[in-house]
Design a protein. Sequence first.
Length: 60
Amino acid sequence: VKGYAGHPNSPVFFCCFEEKQSDICSYSTEAINTCYKEVFRSNTKFSGLPVMGFDNSDVV
């Protein structure tokens, strides 16, 4: 989660893997899906808490 200069009180998200990185997004799943599409050349979409690992008791 990073701050955005234009809206310092609004959280923004980005996802990166090696040299690939999503744009700054308003939603975490948007950032993850954008990065996933770039890395794997796939239109698979993920949503909800499991994509962040929140269904894993070791993460929470």
